[in-house]
Design a protein around this ligand. Sequence first.
Ligand SMILES: Cc1ncc(COP(=O)(O)O)c(C=O)c1O
Length: 370
Amino acid sequence: MNHLELNWHNALSTRKENGHLRRLRPPNEGCDFYSNDYLGLSADAAFQQTIYEAIGRDTRLLTGSTGSRLISGNSDAATGAEKRIATAHQVEDALLFPSGYKANLALFSCIAGRHDTIIVDELIHRSVHDGCLMSTARKWKFRHNDLTHLEALLKKASGNVVIAVESLYSMEGDFAPLGAIVALAKKYQAGIVVDEAHAIGVFGKGLVHRAGLQQEMLATVVTYGKAMGVQGAAVLGTHLLKEYLVNFAAPFIYSTGMPGVQIVSITAAYDHLERHPTLAITLQDRIRHFRKYQLSNTSQESSPIQSVQFQHDRELRAVTQALAEAGIGAYALFPPTVGQARLRVSIHAFNSHDEIDQLCGIIQQYEYRK
Ligand SMILES: Cc1ncc(COP(=O)(O)O)c(C=O)c1O
């Protein structure tokens, strides 16, 4: 082992000792209360068939795009899909990315400059922080959903200011107060970026769109790997924003364009959801059923992410074990990842009432926090 490898070994040993070692596990075969596939699209045979037929009509879609979109990797499929996405969200334009991580990296790496300030909610996704690391702008954090703290930072900020939030937070399951943030942004002439990764599909075209606030945004990020059942992302905004990203966002410029199969599957996901509005209604029914048990510490009644807190880590370990033995998977989060030990229960349109009853019956046997 050389010195570098010794450092890796020591870092891993520390993680093991703290009980925080990450491992790649075989996919869980049991009952799914942990994935982001909120509407069950990823396993929907009719949806899969639509994508399969689209590819059957043009097998060139199956293989790579051969280069950056600025050189050889652009296609009618990509530009057509971006038009389709922009129309769906009622924005001027859209720019596709192979993942939400890369979309945020691209956007935050270049939207603000040396004398500007990006103010992010402290719970915003890691990809936003990493994008800010690539940027010359300064980054400040405000306490989660705390508008008083946000306003205090807005008063102090210099240069152009961008506020970045998620519409639906993936750990807490709560929403950003978008209307109030728009009002603050107007007062201090700041721009707003909203990441809609967990909201799109669950709430139609997202919570920004639903609240009629799309025109108030500097940019919106939607991702397709969760409720949309496929993979990828788009940045939504003006023609100017798109042209700027195409010219200045390094993760877009210096990377091979997305393969056609990914692009047609995204278009198919929009079509499928527009044809099947009942999926989101069924999901809300399942969330209501879960909340009848009054286990959740999540304030939002309609959120597909519900969090059940436990007084002690050992209780959470025990409940996770009991659930696993019953063939039920839910995601356990321990401090310091979150302030308080909690079970993150992701609810899906395909979870039956019986499955939810079984899950809640097990949780009730442990000391959850009310
Ligand atoms: C809020 C948020 N933004 C961005 C991402 C990254 O999206 P992707 O998984 O498509 O890279 C995630 C994924 O976990 C997310 O939760």
